[in-house]
Structure formats: C-alpha cells, structure tokens
Design a protein around this ligand. Structure first.
Ligand code: NDP
Length: 284
C-alpha cells in the first residue's frame, strides 16, 4: 500500500525488469519521451534472479509502481502472470505467447506485447520499406520471432519463411500461426531469393550470424533485431552487407518504437520517436 506521507508518490513509477538490465536504454528512452509532454516519472532498472520475478513485481506494485517493461528472460513468466484470475492480456500478447509491457491498475495486471508493432513501425516508417508484397525471411524461432510474426503477416507480405537452427521449432511456429507461413531449417533456404531478411536469433549475442546461404541476402534489405553500440555494426549486418545486401538496419529503432507503444499504453500520449532515436544514435 502507498505511504500517504510519501510525497514522492505523485511521481509515477516505472521500471524495466529482467536479467541483465544494467545495459538497458529503456530508462533514458522513457525519460526523453516524458520530457516531450512535461510528465514527471521515475523509471528504474530491476534485476531479478531466476524464480524471483513474481515477488519482484508484487514488491514493485506495493510501492505504487504503475508499469513495467519486461525483458529477457521473463517475458513468458509475465504472460503467465497475466493469465491469473482478474488479470488480462492483449490479443497481440496472447498470439505472441509473451508479454513485454505490464500496466497495474487497482490491483489488476494488464499485459501487452509491443515488440512486433515496434519492428513493423521501424521498418516501414523509419526505414521506409513497405512490407506488403515482399518475400520475407525471418531467422530464429524463439520469443522474439514469435512476437513479431503476427504483426508482420498483417502487413500482407507475399510470403514469410521462418528458418531456424532447430528446424522443428520453426515448423511448429509456422503451424501455430498458419496462413501460409512456412517453417524450415537454416540450410533449406539455400538458393532462394528474399526482399527482406530479418535476423531474430540470439546468435548475435555471441557475435555470430546464423549459418545460411549468403545468396539469400543478395539485393535484400537486411534487418537485425539486435543493435550495436554507437559507431559499431552488428555481426549479422556486417555479414549481410558483405554478402550483397542492398541495405541494412539494426534493432535500435525497434527498441525505441516498442518503447513508444509501451509509453502510449501507460500515458495515452504518443511520443515523437525521431529525436529520441537520433539522440541515441549520436551517443558515443
Ligand atoms: P530466445 O532465446 O527465445 O531464442 C533464441 C533463438 O536464436 C532460437 O531460435 C535459437 O535457435 C536461435 N539461436 C541461438 N543461437 C544461435 C546460433 N548460434 N545460430 C543460429 N541460431 C541461434 O531469444 P529471443 O527470441 O527472445 O531473442 C532473440 C534476439 O532478439 C536477441 O538477440 C534479442 O536481443 C533480440 N531482441 C531485440 C528486441 C529489440 O527491441 N530490438 C526485442 C526482442 C528481442 P534454436 O531454436 O536452434 O535454439
């Protein structure tokens, strides 16, 4: 319960919860959004060990917390929390099977997933590539890939192929979504041509790129959900451009756009993302 003598309580409290979170740029992004509207808010980082997610969420809400961004490895646990009696979840989070945004209201929890909307907005609005009619290759079949499949298919691409190191997981994912999405192993796309290749595997966290035929990248737009520090390029983008990709973009725009969707969910205001993305890109 909120302490009535805590005069700081008028400042709404938000945080990103995950492990690790020390590197997270979400606090900076949300403060920049808030400044656009003159909103005062606290936005912190909560690092939690395995098994401690729900307890940390309870502690945060008991101290008057209004909302959380959820990052690795707790997006599935957040989805489970939203399934409890009295709590609710958006259709897009239900389809994704994962929650990256929590809103707390009167003891109830509402969960959403803004990752897919953030990806689509970055590709179409910031980077200027319309997905309609395009041949799309999505690399990876984990939580990130699952989260973006429905928003991608709603853009009416010509087709979507999900290719993953473990082929069976890509096939199962494609089957779950239906609607002409094909799932296969990384080796099975050899010799095929794509307009848009989206890297959504965690190979990049080890500085690697998935092992696919370099010809799949020739002339394509290569998008990496991962992003590199300012002035650096991700392993996937380096490899894609060396393989003949026509253009490339990294996931910093997706991060800012998914944050804007979360901000809207909490404050009902839509921030201007361009200056925030520009500020992050120019940081050294
Ligand atoms: P998961 O752990 O759920 O899934 C990992 C996926 O990567 C699996 O498909 C796995 O394949 C594949 N993989 C792991 N290592 C390799 C490798 N060496 N070669 C090929 N494939 C590999 O992770 P997430 O889906 O949650 O995250 C994936 C990436 O997306 C991360 O880098 C994350 O940072 C990024 N991301 C970025 C966001 C943004 O806002 N920019 C938002 C969300 C995620 P297999 O099934 O065979 O194990």
């Amino acid at each position: 319960m909120t302490d009535p003598f805590d005069f700081q309580a008028q400042t709404a409290r938000f945080a990103v919860i995950g492990n690790p979170v020390a590197h997270s740029r979400s606090p900076q992004i949300h403060q920049m959004f808030a400044q656009q509207f003159g909103i005062a808010l606290e936005y912190g980082r909560i690092q939690v060990d395995a098994g401690g997610f729900e307890q940390a969420v309870s502690h945060f809400t008991a101290r008057g917390g209004a909302g959380l961004n959820v990052t690795l490895p707790f997006k599935l646990e957040a989805r489970q929390l939203c399934g409890r009696p009295g709590n609710t979840v958006s259709a897009r989070a239900q389809n994704a099977g994962a929650v990256n945004t929590l809103r707390f209201e009167g003891g109830a929890v509402f969960g959403d997933n803004t990752d897919g909307a953030g990806l689509v907005r970055d590709i179409e609005h910031n980077l200027g590539m319309q997905i309609a009619g395009k041949r799309v290759l999505l690399l990876g079949a984990g939580g990130a890939a699952r989260g973006v499949l429905q928003p991608l298919s709603q853009c009416a691409p010509k087709n979507i192929t999900v290719a993953n190191r473990t082929a069976q997981k890509a096939r199962a994912l494609a089957k779950d979504f239906g609607g002409g999405i094909r799932g296969c192993g990384l080796g099975e796309v050899k010799g095929e041509v794509f307009d848009l290749v989206i890297h959504g595997s965690s190979a990049g966290l080890q500085g690697e790129a998935p092992d696919i035929d370099a010809n799949c990248l020739r002339g394509a737009f290569a998008y990496d959900m991962l992003y590199a520090p300012a002035g650096e390029t991700t392993a996937f983008i380096q490899w894609a451009l060396a393989s003949g990709a026509a253009r490339a973009g990294d996931g910093l725009g997706m991060l800012v756009e998914q944050a804007a969707e979360s901000f809207y969910l909490w404050h009902r205001r839509r921030p201007d993302t361009a200056p925030v993305l520009g500020a992050l890109r120019s940081e050294s």
